[in-house]
Each structure stands twice: as C-alpha cells, then as structure tokens.
Ligand binder design. Structure first.
Ligand SMILES: [Zn+2]
Length: 253
C-alpha cells in the first residue's frame, strides 16, 4: 500500500504515540492512532503495545475488513471508533484516541466538559465538545453516535471512556485533543472555585459564526500518478499549525 504521506505518517504516529504516553494520556496498552491511506486501507498502531515503546516497524496496514495486510502485529479492537470517524468525515485524514485523565474524569462522571467558557476555544473547536453516550464496544449504535457527534465537532468525549480527535494531520488532531484536556482541567478547577461560567448564548453565536479550522485532508485519490501533481504534493505539505493558528486568529480578530 502506498500513499504520498505514508512515510511522514509512520514517523508522526510514533512521535505522537510517544507524546500521548509522556503526557500520561494513556496507560498499559491504551490509545490508538490511524491515518487514511485509501477509501478502505488504514495505517495504524497495533494492539497490545505501550504507546511509549512504539517503533515504526510495528505499525500495520489494515484493509476494509480490518485484516492486517502489512506488518506482523495484530489489529486493535477499538478500530470501530476510527472507522466510524472516517465514514462520517470524508474531510479528515487521521484519527487519534486516548484517555487523558481529566477529560476521562468528566467521561466517567457523565458530566460534559464545560465549554465554551472562553472565546478562543470556540473559534478553535466550535461551540461543542459533544459527549457520546456509552454503548458496548462493537455496538453499531456506538458508530452511529460517533458519526453524528463528529458532524458538530472535531474532538468528542466518549462517555465512560476517553477522547477521540480527528484532523487533516496528526499535529492538528493532537493540538485539538490537547486543548480539550486543557479545558477539562480549567473547568474542573473553576468548579472548585464555585462555578465554570459558560459564555452567553449571543456571544457563542457570534464567535461560532467564524467557524472552526478546516481539517485540510490529503487523500491518495487526489494525487494523479505520473504527473506534476505528485511533485506538487511533495513540495506542498499540508498546512502547518502556524498556518492554522494564524488562520484562526484572523477569524477571531
Ligand atoms: Zn480507549
């Protein structure tokens, strides 16, 4: 299986897996990352490894039936979460799932993460951090609920479970997840001080009209073989986070 970004994604899956572990957003074999190689194939982390130990040689490619077609390790059971996200969002290229502790505290308490309390996160994340109701792993209702929630947001909280973030690249998905975990910490502390005040509805409306940053997908189907477009993809990587941030700031000002 090939894709113009497959080598970059291999490197980034390892880098961001290590970051998830260093941040203590995963424990044991928790967490998984994937990138969309085609309409059916995904490059993913394998099951049963600590994300702190992951090596590029351990990554696997799975086909549309989630069978491993490249790599010697096994697929992971939470791949349903990733498939639901890719099916619901043709605009995304990557999915990241982890169990950041403060977000998970809200998830196990069944309490939504307070949002929007501040203006900038409305522009970065939109007006909602939806909480997807608990369904047993494998239940089609879980895929439906994830697909529905991802129409409204790029990071969702899975009740009694963790966070799922999507994006055009791993840096974007990671920063989105980082912001949600940060907001969870702020909301938790604000409640200890008495109240996590939500912005007035009129203000949320005005801010959310600016829209959240696009996911800038890069799909294999967009690359024409044997054409100058191949070169243009190589020389024009997806927008970096600095571009995304300046774009958000422009819309915010
Ligand atoms: Zn999980």
């Amino acid at each position: 299986m090939s894709h113009p970004l497959i080598e970059q994604w291999r490197t980034e899956i390892v880098e961001y897996s290590h970051r998830l572990h260093a941040n203590e957003w995963v424990a044991n074999h928790d967490g998984n990352l994937s990138a969309r190689l085609s309409d059916t194939h995904l490059l993913c982390t394998p099951t049963a490894i600590s994300k702190g130990d992951l090596e590029a040689a351990w990554l696997i490619v799975v086909d549309g039936e989630n069978k491993v077609v490249e790599g010697s390790r096994r697929s992971f059971s939470e791949i349903q979460l990733h498939r639901a996200a890719y099916d619901a969002r043709p605009d995304i290229s990557v999915v990241m799932h982890a169990h950041p502790p403060t977000s998970c505290a809200f998830a196990v308490a069944g309490v939504p993460i307070p949002h929007p309390m501040m203006a900038e996160p409305v522009v970065s994340l939109g007006r909602e951090i939806p909480m997807v109701p608990y369904h047993r792993p494998g239940d089609p209702k879980l895929s439906e609920a994830i697909g529905e929630a991802l129409q409204r947001a790029d990071v969702i909280l899975l009740e009694r479970h963790g966070l799922l973030a999507v994006g055009g690249g791993f840096e974007q998905a990671y920063l989105r997840m980082e912001l949600v975990e940060h907001l969870a910490k702020i909301g938790f502390k604000a409640r200890q001080l008495g109240h996590a005040r939500i912005l007035p509805e009129s203000e949320i409306d005005a801010l959310s009209k600016k829209g959240r940053p696009a996911s800038f997908p890069v799909r294999e189907t967009e690359v024409q073989p044997n054409s100058s477009k191949n070169t243009s993809v190589a020389s024009s990587p997806p927008p970096q986070v600095s571009t995304l941030v300046s774009d958000a700031l422009k819309r915010f000002s």
